[in-house]
Design a protein around this ligand. Sequence first.
Ligand code: ZN
Length: 139
Amino acid sequence: MKSYRKELWFNTPTRVAFVNITGQVQECIRESGIGDGLVLVNAMHITASVFINDDESGLHHDYGVWLEKLAPHEPLKQYRHNDTGEDNADAHIKRQVMGREVVVAITNGRLDFGPWEQIFYGEFDGKRRKRVLVKIIGE
Ligand code: ZN
């Protein structure tokens, strides 16, 4: 069995952002030389997510609106977590809803997706450097 590890870095210009990372994950699979196996992709921060869904801008807008209703960024004082001096309680909650990681099958060296599936990095406390881990196992 072969194994491969890589960190992808992001620094989004906005506090909340959704980035399609499918091409970067596929490139990792190519680099790994693994044709048949599994790829794990996870956010390495507790205020960011990795998830799979459609690459459709209206949907991404809807996620932003829905998450902001669920866990509004302001007022900051509504959250006990922000009593620590942080301002990102909402980002922790948004990450919890959108998930930490995805696992995708690799078949013939390609992501073995269903229709319209794409992998996204979801940022909820951006404007700083953060990482995603890509781990691939297989042969
Ligand atoms: Zn925090």
